[in-house]
Design a protein around this ligand. Sequence first.
Ligand code: URP
Ligand code: ZN
Ligand code: ZN
Length: 482
Amino acid sequence: MDYDLLIRGGTVVSAQDMAKADVAISGGQVVAVGALGGSAREVIDASGMLVMPGGVDTHVHLAQRSRGPEMCDDFRTGSASAAAGGTTTVVCFAWQGKGESLAEVVKDYHQRARQSMVDYAFHLTITDATPAVLDQELPSLVEEGNRSIKIFMTYDGVRLDDAAVIRVLAAARRNKALVCVHAEHHDLISWMGEQLVAAGLTAPKYHPWGKPMIAEREAVNRIVALAEALDVPIQVFHVSGAQSAEEIARAQARGLKVWGETCVHYLTLVAEDLDRPGFEGAKLVFGPPARTKADQEALWDYMRRGIIEVISSDHAPTRYDDPKGKKFAGEDGPFTQIPNGIPGLAARLPVLFTEGVTKGRIDPPTFVRLVSTNPAKLVGLHPKKGAIAPSSDADVVIWDPAKSVTLTNERMHHGGDYTPYEGYQATGYPVRVLVRGVTVFDDGKVVGKAGHGSYLPRAPYAKITPLGRFPTPFNPVDRKIV
Ligand code: URP
Ligand code: ZN
Ligand code: ZN
């Protein structure tokens, strides 16, 4: 036999192009792409199908420890959900609690991740930016391959104040790591929440009122300024609408290494969608919140122009009907007590394909760029991930662009008891998904084995090399004149 597997007759979609081609796979890698002859242990007929690199989701919360509400996906259920939606790589959060050793957290997270059926890497979530963490632990953790740091500008118990943000940015620059940021003005949204609750406006539908766009725009502006002052590449997570995207565009126009991510829910949900009977709106509580139709149109435009480069799920699921989930403070509790976050791993590709490609907003190469190639590049995993090319891992989605599927919670294959997309009509769906040449999802069934996934250490990569440009002739991070 010439190959382990031959995918014949499909249309291979790359980040730039699409063309009819066969894909040959051996030893878990792509070995040839083109008009191929030869024999293989298995031949898949992909006529009429798109053959795309597996989804790379760089914002996924799995197996996250918590002292309060509990996220309901571990690596076993979460990775099954990824596979079921065509995602073959996830980047998750080794999440430091206050007072904890980050190194211990990472060690523990490796154990948790062993159940994954898709490949994975870690962001380092720093919530306690002590000298011990930044100076003693961080250098070896980054060197081991955890080349991105996540920080929060809001949320009690996890947020960093500006002084700590600056310390983390400096440490990231020294250690050659990307910084990913949840940007919202903490004091403003805390105060807004208090005023709404005091006025008796406590239902889930008031959650977006408590987190207005101005609070996000200000924080994006501030983190961009800090990153510019220290010359540190950053990615702004979950850009929810026009005003924040505009801040990113302005930063990019100044030549800064500032990248933006948005999520499928910002393209499909609006604030009014939380106005549901009873407590049902809690199913759509996430931060920053859903905005307006005009924001959605603006985000599509920023995506087409390449200013927003990455679409993630921000899969952060808690169960709805559960005192450890959305009902943590009871159905009468104020929106300020509802855990933020929704499930979205399995829905990410089908919903984005439907809204984007099927509805004519973007073409298939743009889709591949947004969900696979760009995220892989930004976190230093390309071309191992995010490409179908010789020597790339054989992470492949065979995608039927005409397949119509009604989304249900069951189809999400996650640990949650709801999906925000219940009843959504998707057109375009994965029919078979391979991780390093091994089938993990086939014709509606998750068939991968827990533990098939591998940790992906990341080497230093050029995309996040700082510019070497500071506001004055002084480089404050290395304390030298440039
Ligand atoms: O609402 C959200 N996004 N929750 C998950 C944590 C985060 O902010 O990314
Ligand atoms: Zn966030
Ligand atoms: Zn998140």
